[in-house]
Design a protein around this ligand. Sequence first.
Ligand SMILES: [Cu+2]
Length: 162
Amino acid sequence: MSSIRHPRRTSALGLFLLLLAGGALAHDGGHEPTAFGEPGVAGKAQRTITVTMSDAMRFAPAQFAVDVGQTVRLHVVNQGKLPHEFILGTRAEIDAHSAMMKMHPGMTHADASSVTVPAGKSADLLWKFSVPGQFLYACLVPGHFEAGMHGQVTVAKKAATP
Ligand SMILES: [Cu+2]
C-alpha cells in the first residue's frame, strides 16, 4: 500500500480559509467534484456499503475498497448514544476540517460527502468514487478522531468486491 501523499499543501489551507470565510456553523453545498470524487446521481448507486458508528469511537468496517468510477450508497448508522459524523475527504482536508471543528465544536454537517448522525439514527450519502487513491472517513466531533474514529477508503481500478 502506498502512503497518502500531500501533493498540494495549499489546498488544505485554502479549504481552511474558505471555511473561516464562510463562518457558518453548518456546512451546505458540496455539490462540486472534489479531489476524492463527486456527488453521486440518484438512482445510479451500484453498491450499498453500511458503515456503523459507535460510542467506542470506531467505524465498522474501518476500511473498504471500491472500484474507480463506482457510485456507492453509504448507509451510515449511529448505534451510539452520542452524535457521530461521517466525513469523507483527503487526509489534508480532514486535517484542516478537524482544526476547524475544534474552533466550532457545535458545527454539524449535511452535504454530499459528510453527514452528522444523531444518536440511534441513520443517514445515506450517495458518492461517486471517481478518483483513484486512498481517502479517509472521519468523525470530527472533538476528541472522536483522536480516539480512533476514522477509516480508510481505497479507490482502485480493480478493487476486490467483498
Ligand atoms: Cu464520533
